[in-house]
Design a protein around this ligand. Structure first.
Ligand code: PHE
Length: 470
C-alpha cells in the first residue's frame, strides 16, 4: 500500500513505488505557503475587484462565496488527494490511480486538459504580470503624482498600445517564473514562497490601512457586501463560478501537482480549508482597499481589466508618499502573480521531467519558451489586433479579442470542466476505501465531503453551465 507515514523529504510511497527521489515539501507550512502562493494572485488583486465591479457588487460576491464553499473547497481537497495518492505529475497520478482501480487510462485526460489550461492561462497571465512589473517603475519615478484621471488613463493606454514594451515586461515576468521553477521544489518553489508570501501580507495590510483613511468605508463596504440581486445576471453567475476556480487554482492540475509533493502525514482537509480561507480573505481585503479608493475619488467601479491600473494610480498620485505606496502596491502585485505563475508552470515541467526524462532546467526552458511565444498573441490583441474578434459570430463573444477569449475559455469553461471531472473521478470512480485512506477524516466529516463531491459539486457546476446555455 502506498501509505508511508513519515514526513521525511523523500519517500517511495507512490502507487508504483517509483520515483523514490522526488523532493517533498519540508512541512505543512511550506505546503500552505506554496498553495496559498498559487491561489493568491492576480485573480485576487486584479481580477476579483474588476469582475465584482462589472457585475454589480454584493450579490456577485455572495454567489462567489457560495461557490468557494460548495464547489471550491471540496474540489481542492479532491485535487490534493489525487496528487498525493498518485505521487506523480497530474497526468501520471491519474493514470496510476485509474489503473489501480481497474479503470481505463483515459482518465489521465483530466490531467492533460488541466495542464493545457494552465499553459494557456500562463501565456496571458504573464502579460498582465508584465503590466505590474512595468508599473513598479512608473510609480517609483513619481509619474502618478498630481496627475488627472485622463493623464493616468493615458499612461495605461500608452502601455497597452506598445507591443514592444509589453513584450519586454512579459519576458521579464516569465523569466522570473522560470528561474524559480528551474530550481526545483525545495530550493526554488519553497524558498521563494516563504519569502514572498509574508512580504505580500505585510504590503497588503499597509495598502488597506491607507485606504481605510480615505473615509468612504460605508460605501465600499455596502458595494461589496450588500447584495442587490437585480444587478446579477446569468452570465454573472458563470463568472462567479469560473472565478472561484481561477482564484483557488482549481481545475487545472496545479493542486494535484502540489499535492504530489505533500508528505503523507499532513491533513488534506485542514490545509485545503486554510488555503481557501486565506485566499478569500485576501480577495475581500484587496477588494475593500480598491473600492475604498474608487469611491473616495468618485471613480467608476465597473472600469474593467484596467481598474487597478487606472484607479489606484490616481489615488497614489494624490496621497502623501504616494510614489512609495504605489511602488509597494505594484511590488505586492508582482509577488502575488509570481508565486501563481510558478504554480502554473510547475505541472507541465513536472510532467516533462517525468515523462520525457528531461532534466528540470531543460523542461522549464522548453515549456517557458513555448508559453512566451503564445503570450505574443495576447500582446498583439491588446493593440494591433484589438479590433479582431475571431468568434464575432457567436452571441456573448461578439466583441472579445483573442486575449479576452483566452481568459473567458480558460476561466469560465476549461476550469469548471476540469473541476467537474475531478469531482466525478474522486466521487464516483475512486474507491471509497482509497478516499478514506488518503483523507483520513472523521466519519461525519468524510460523509459531508463525500456527499458534496458526489452530488452537490457536480450538480452545481453542471447547472450553472446549462443555465448559461439556455
Ligand atoms: N489562482 C491564481 C490567481 O488568483 C491564478 C491561477 C489559476 C494560478 C490557476 C494557478 C492556477 O491569480
Amino acid at each position: 500500500m502506498s501509505a508511508n507515514s513519515s514526513g521525511s523529504a523523500t519517500y517511495s510511497g507512490t502507487l508504483d513505488g517509483s520515483n523514490a527521489k522526488r523532493g517533498l515539501w519540508s512541512s505543512r507550512l511550506a505546503f500552505i505557503l506554496a498553495a496559498t502562493g498559487s491561489a493568491v494572485g492576480l485573480g485576487n488583486i486584479w481580477k476579483f475587484p474588476y469582475v465584482t465591479g462589472e457585475n454589480g457588487g454584493g450579490a456577485f460576491v455572495l454567489i462567489y462565496l457560495v461557490c468557494i464553499a460548495v464547489v471550491g473547497i471540496p474540489i481542492m481537497m479532491a485535487e490534493v488527494m489525487i496528487g498525493r495518492r498518485g505521487g506523480h505529475s497530474p497526468v501520471n497520478s491519474l493514470r496510476l490511480i485509474a489503473a489501480r482501480e481497474g479503470l481505463k487510462p483515459v482518465w489521465r485526460m483530466i490531467g492533460a486538459v488541466g495542464v493545457l489550461a494552465g499553459f494557456l492561462i500562463l501565456s496571458f497571465y504573464s502579460v498582465i504580470g508584465g503590466w505590474a512589473v512595468s508599473y513598479v517603475g512608473t510609480a517609483a519615478s513619481g509619474q502618478f503624482a498630481g496627475q488627472s484621471a485622463e493623464a493616468i488613463g493615458a499612461i495605461f493606454s500608452g502601455l497597452l498600445s506598445d507591443p514592444a514594451a509589453l513584450l519586454l515586461w512579459h519576458s521579464v515576468f516569465l523569466a522570473l517564473v522560470m528561474v524559480v521553477v528551474a530550481r526545483g521544489v525545495r530550493s526554488g518553489l519553497e524558498r521563494a514562497v516563504s519569502i514572498l508570501m509574508p512580504a505580500l501580507f505585510v504590503l497588503l495590510l499597509i495598502v488597506v490601512g491607507y485606504a481605510m483613511t480615505s473615509g468612504s468605508f460605508g460605501r465600499a463596504a455596502a458595494f461589496l457586501f450588500q447584495p442587490d440581486f437585480s444587478k446579477l445576471t446569468t452570465s454573472g453567475i458563470l463568472v462567479a463560478l469560473g472565478h472561484a476556480f481561477f482564484t483557488l487554482s482549481l481545475g487545472m492540475a496545479v493542486m494535484m501537482a502540489y499535492g504530489s509533493y505533500l508528505p503523507k502525514n499532513i491533513s488534506i482537509a485542514k490545509t485545503s480549508i486554510t488555503v481557501s480561507v486565506i485566499d478569500t480573505g485576501v480577495a475581500l481585503l484587496a477588494g475593500l482597499a480598491i473600492f475604498l479608493i474608487v469611491f473616495a475619488n468618485g471613480l467608476e467601479p465597473g472600469a474593467g481589466p484596467g481598474l487597478i491600473f487606472q484607479t489606484l494610480p490616481l489615488a497614489f498620485g494624490q496621497m502623501p508618499m504616494g510614489s512609495l505606496f504605489g511602488t509597494l502596491f505594484f511590488v505586492l502585485l508582482i509577488f502575488a502573480a509570481w508565486t501563481s505563475g510558478i504554480s502554473l508552470l510547475e505541472p507541465i515541467v513536472e510532467w516533462l521531467e517525468e515523462q520525457k526524462g528531461m532534466n528540470r532546467t531543460v523542461s522549464t526552458l522548453g515549456a517557458g519558451v513555448v508559453c512566451w511565444a503564445l503570450g505574443i498573441v495576447s500582446i498583439l490583441s491588446l493593440n494591433l489586433w484589438a479590433d479582431f474578434a475571431p468568434l464575432g459570430f457567436v452571441p456573448m463573444l461578439e466583441d472579445k479579442t483573442i486575449f479576452d477569449l483566452l481568459d473567458f475559455f480558460t476561466a469560465n469553461i476549461l476550469l469548471p470542466l476540469g473541476g467537474f471531472l475531478v469531482a466525478v473521478f474522486a466521487g464516483w470512480v475512486m474507491s471509497r476505501q482509497a478516499l478514506e485512506n488518503e483523507l483520513s477524516l472523521s466519519a461525519p466529516m468524510f460523509r459531508l465531503w463525500y456527499v458534496t463531491i458526489r452530488f452537490i459539486t457536480p450538480v452545481a457546476v453542471a447547472a450553472v453551465f446549462l443555465y448559461n446555455l439556455a
